[in-house]
Design a protein around this ligand. Structure first.
Ligand SMILES: [Zn+2]
Length: 504
């Protein structure tokens, strides 16, 4: 007897519809899986048999062949367990074929028959060909984001079969979840003092500019970085769904309601592997940290400690907003548009200030440290700001600084102004469009010319400074030509260099 059950597998961040064909026939009792299964899919044999038996159903004592079609697509993970089990129950005569007609099944099975959540339920559900999809309870919220599917859940195999027989109703039909407003990790109100860094963070949020913070340990760099996503507008519509899809595929725990609304904050450690940062993998294509940061903030603390190869590989995504990874089973393109926030100590001992008063590093050590930080990546940071340790009176101040909600309002206005000009954010203003979108006043032009003549600014730097100047103007709701002040502010934020070794 043959049964065909629909399900799906994950390829990168996309789901791919899979037909699980189960044949029960004559031959030596046993179960074999064909159709490019990976190790975890092959292990389904044992999980499925244990789950079926402990749920009180008969396991056919005949030859069972499971074919996963199309055979050219690699199948990964345990998400096909449930479909295989249902297929065996249909082919073995426990369920009638019409009882599972037009229903797709996604989920891992425990040995006791429990349905367990799997990564990627959102793209998996979207990929299924059936209009009714059964998923584990833990995946229900994200699966329900696929608007044209009916999503149902069950606790375990026994309950599911009973429902399919029509003995009990679908217990937990998931309707729509109301997306909640999600809170930032850190409220800006708790970033005391730090006027310059606060201003730079606001500009970064408004224009999507990358920001580098230089300062001693304990100065609050991480806190400012964590506050940044809260300053950005909450994700909406297609963007929220895109970010949720990436997080779902990466197996990141989704917020209540399923939909990711708060721009993500990802802070990979400098010892993380290239694959975990950039994405890929030998067997399955997984999105990396830079894709998980899509739509939000990628925070690289101790920037100088990241291997040069990793920092180099960031250049293409920073340029294009996507990352291409190629592995054994082909290439994949993952979204990767984020605000890059870097943080570093000013020197190996951490105490250097522009006048180098309390720094204990040797000149040679300092110069070596600077070389690691220099190069093309440093050039991507349009905002470079020195973060000092807060003063005692700031730490013990009783009144809080301006809160996230207030700053976010200004950021939202600035972003609307930019959007009205037809750019997603000012960081994306093209060089050949700058004269239209960020025209310069005479004074602004003079300031830039002087900076170039004095060797402080490259051609690329001129354009980046204009983009930041545009954001500074937008935050003041100033349309039209950039004034000298706007450009001077942008230039000052760029020129706050980390190069204390210049004096060496
Ligand atoms: Zn030092």
């Amino acid at each position: 007897m043959l049964a065909t059950i629909s399900s799906a597998t994950l390829l990168g961040i996309d789901g791919c519809a899979i037909s699980v064909e189960v044949h029960v026939g004559d031959g030596l009792p046993g179960l074999s899986v064909v159709g490019l299964p990976d190790a975890s899919v092959r292990e389904a044999r044992d999980r499925v048999r244990a789950a079926v038996q402990s749920s009180g159903f008969d396991w056919p004592r005949r030859k069972i062949t499971v074919n996963l079609a199309p055979s050219g697509v690699p199948k990964t993970g345990a998400g096909l367990d449930l479909a295989i089990a249902i297929g065996v129950l249909v082919a073995g005569g426990e369920l009638e074929p019409q009882e599972v007609e037009n229903i797709a099944f996604i989920g891992e099975l425990g040995l006791n028959g429990a349905l367990r959540p799997v990564p990627g339920a959102l793209p998996l559900t979207a990929a299924t060909t059936a209009c009714h999809v059964v998923v584990p309870e833990g995946n229900a919220a994200e699966a329900a984001l696929v608007s044209d599917r009916t999503v149902s859940t069950a606790i375990d195999l026994r309950e599911l079969v009973s429902v399919l027989h029509g003995n009990e109703p679908w217990a937990r039909i998931v309707d729509e979840f109301t997306p909640l407003r999600q809170k930032p990790l850190v409220d800006f109100a708790h970033v005391q003092g730090q006027a310059a860094a606060r201003r730079a963070a606001e500009i970064a949020a408004a224009g999507g500019h990358h920001i580098l913070m230089v300062g001693p340990p304990g100065a609050g760099k991480t806190m400012i970085a964590k506050a940044l996503p809260g300053l950005l507008p909450q994700l909406d519509g297609a963007e929220a769904l895109e970010v949720t899809t990436v997080h779902s595929a990466a197996g990141i725990r989704l917020p209540a309601g399923g939909l990711v609304r708060m721009p993500p904050f990802r802070a990979p450690h400098h010892t993380s592997s290239m694959v975990s940062l950039i994405g890929g993998g030998t067997r399955s294509l997984r999105p990396g940290e830079i894709s998980c940061a899509h739509g939000g903030v990628l925070f690289l603390d101790e920037l100088g400690e990241f291997p040069a190869q990793v920092l180099d590989s960031l250049r293409q995504p920073l340029e294009e907003g996507v990352v291409r990874v190629a592995r054994a089973y082909g290439t994949a393109t993952f979204p990767a548009r984020f605000i890059l926030v870097g943080a570093t100590n000013p020197c190996p001992c951490g105490e250097a200030t522009p006048d180098r008063r309390s720094c204990r590093c040797t000149d040679a050590a300092l110069a070596r440290y600077m070389r690691r930080l220099s190069g093309p990546l440093l050039d991507r940071f349009d905002l470079r700001v020195h973060v000092r340790r807060p003063l005692a009176e700031e730490l013990f101040a009783t009144d809080l600084a301006e809160a996230t909600s207030e700053v976010a309002k200004r950021v939202a206005v600035a972003r609307e102004i930019a959007a009205a000009r037809g750019v997603a954010s000012n960081v994306a203003i093209a060089a050949d469009n700058a004269d239209v979108l960020a025209p310069l006043s005479r004074e602004a032009r003079k300031i830039l010319v002087r900076a170039v003549e004095e060797g402080r600014l490259s051609a690329r730097g001129v354009h980046r400074t204009r983009c930041v100047g545009r954001t500074v103007a937008d935050l003041q709701e100033h349309e039209g030509e950039l004034s000298g002040r706007h450009v001077a502010t942008a230039l000052a934020l760029r020129a706050q260099t980390v190069d204390y070794a210049a004096a060496v």
